[in-house]
Ligand binder design. Structure first.
Ligand SMILES: NC(=O)c1ccc[n+]([C@@H]2O[C@H](COP(=O)([O-])OP(=O)(O)OC[C@H]3O[C@@H](n4cnc5c(N)ncnc54)[C@H](OP(=O)(O)O)[C@@H]3O)[C@@H](O)[C@H]2O)c1
Length: 397
């Protein structure tokens, strides 16, 4: 794209510096967040957090000089200490280190790109302190959507969706009245098995399941995309973000991932948000909200996107999506059980212990065996998640 292109020269604002706490810095969302703020000035990285990749985290710390870095894996402390001996960044390790940083470091915005249940407590602490949360970690809302919404309402913090579908709906809703929405339509790429027969899908290998056709993402979300459980988690996420009842949330397969999602209004009008699939768009939208700022990526033209095609979801080949709708109907601890069961099933599949088709079976069994009850506090939610995880981890197939 040419620098002389007028459309991209409108960024006259000089934003005040935002202190950014980035959780999941070594992951796909984390890396793309750092790509964005390399291009858009006005962010100071004050926290970088990771799970196990100590050497990569040290490299990032040397570049961005945050006030604190955290690593979940205590075994990585030595690597970090040696690499960062000459700089003032403080190092904290252990499973609670990210949550402690979220609860204590001074920052203006949190970008949560952690994967799984590990993301819940950083989300909780940011919102509790009244700090805006740019949320990629959909599991936070799946596990504790009602609790987090309640806290955000109390403190005035905003939850800004980073998931591309929810960012699309968030953008489409600007200036609209939620009571005039007839339905939200989340689009789904359909994953790598969208054209496969049911029996073939059941015995797909991890390598086949990890090959996502349009997005480059971490392993957990890639497998969830292949089962369509990712879309199920997104249905739950949309329910909490937009307060729309489950029967007003639909999913359509759109393999090209150009239409990121859409809304149908009560007068029959549709509004969609489109763009080449690139997570840097929703990331920067959340970081800069309510402003838009210049972001130079690929030079796009709508003629390259045609034809825009949509299909119905085949629930027989992809039964996980219906589990998520079922969980919304049940309420209580069911969503937390689904989350824990899914994480454990994906892990077992990637470790070669179970077949692809067993992922659905195990999650379904966990939900059927679980005694559902009210989920009013974080501890209850975490206990239910652990129950689902342990149930799936122990089943012998
Ligand atoms: N990637 C995408 O395009 C995309 C799109 C939409 C939504 N999302 C959502 O964004 C989240 C992140 O996805 P991703 O694709 O970026 O995943 P990813 O590439 O696997 O990255 C996950 C990050 O979380 C860290 N982590 C993992 N377990 C941890 C733990 N127990 N404690 C602390 N840190 C931990 C990892 O650290 P190490 O690598 O150092 O272990 C890594 O930095 C997920 O909720 C996903 O659903 C992702």
């Amino acid at each position: 794209m040419e620098d002389s292109d007028d459309r991209y020269s409108l960024d006259m604002k000089t934003p005040s510096v935002k202190r950014l706490a980035l959780f999941g810095a070594t992951g796909s969302i984390g890396q793309q967040t750092l790509d964005v703020i390399e291009q858009q000035e006005g962010f100071q990285v004050v926290v970088l957090s990771a799970g196990t990749r100590a050497a990569e985290l040290a490299e990032l710390a040397l570049k961005w000089r945050p006030e604190r870095i955290t690593l979940a894996d205590e075994g990585g402390y030595g690597v970090l200490k040696d690499a960062l001996s000459g700089i003032s960044t403080s190092i904290d390790v252990g499973p609670d280190a990210a949550a402690e940083a979220a609860a204590s470091v001074d920052y203006d915005i949190c970008l949560n790109g952690l994967v799984g249940v590990a993301g819940l407590m950083p989300s909780y602490h940011a919102l509790k302190r009244g700090i805006d949360l740019a949320l990629a970690n959909k599991e936070s809302l799946v596990l504790a959507g009602e609790i987090l919404n309640r806290i955000a309402a109390e403190t005035g913090a905003k939850i800004l969706p980073v998931d591309s579908e929810h960012c699309a709906i968030f953008q489409c809703l600007r200036g609209e009245n939620i009571d005039e929405v007839a339905r939200l339509i989340l689009t789904a790429s359909g994953g790598p098995f969208s054209t496969w027969e049911k029996e073939r899908i059941k015995s797909a290998t991890p390598a086949e399941a990890l090959k996502h056709p349009t997005w480059r993402m971490g392993p957990k979300i890639s497998i969830d995309s292949a089962t369509l459980m990712n879309k199920g988690l997104e249905v739950i996420e949309a329910y909490h973000l937009f307060g729309v009842p489950p029967d007003k949330i639909d999913v359509r397969i759109h393999k090209a991932s150009i239409v990121h999602s859409m809304i149908e209004f009560i007068d029959g009008s549709f509004k969609a948000q489109l763009g080449t699939p690139d997570m840097r768009h929703p990331i920067q939208y959340a970081l800069n909200y309510p402003d838009r700022r210049v972001l130079k990526l690929k030079d796009d033209d709508p003629v390259d996107w045609l034809p825009l095609e949509f299909e119905m979801v085949d629930n027989d080949r992809f039964p996980c999506l219906e589990l998520a709708f079922g969980v919304l109907e049940s309420g209580g601890t069911a969503a937390a059980v689904l989350n824990g069961a899914d994480e454990a099933a994906v892990k077992r599949f990637l470790d070669g212990e179970i077949r692809f088709g067993d992922i659905y079976t195990l999650i379904n069994d966990a939900l059927n065996k679980h005694e559902n009850h009210a989920a009013d506090d974080i501890e209850t939610v975490l206990t239910a998640d652990r129950w689902g995880r342990e149930f799936v981890s122990k089943v012998k197939l």
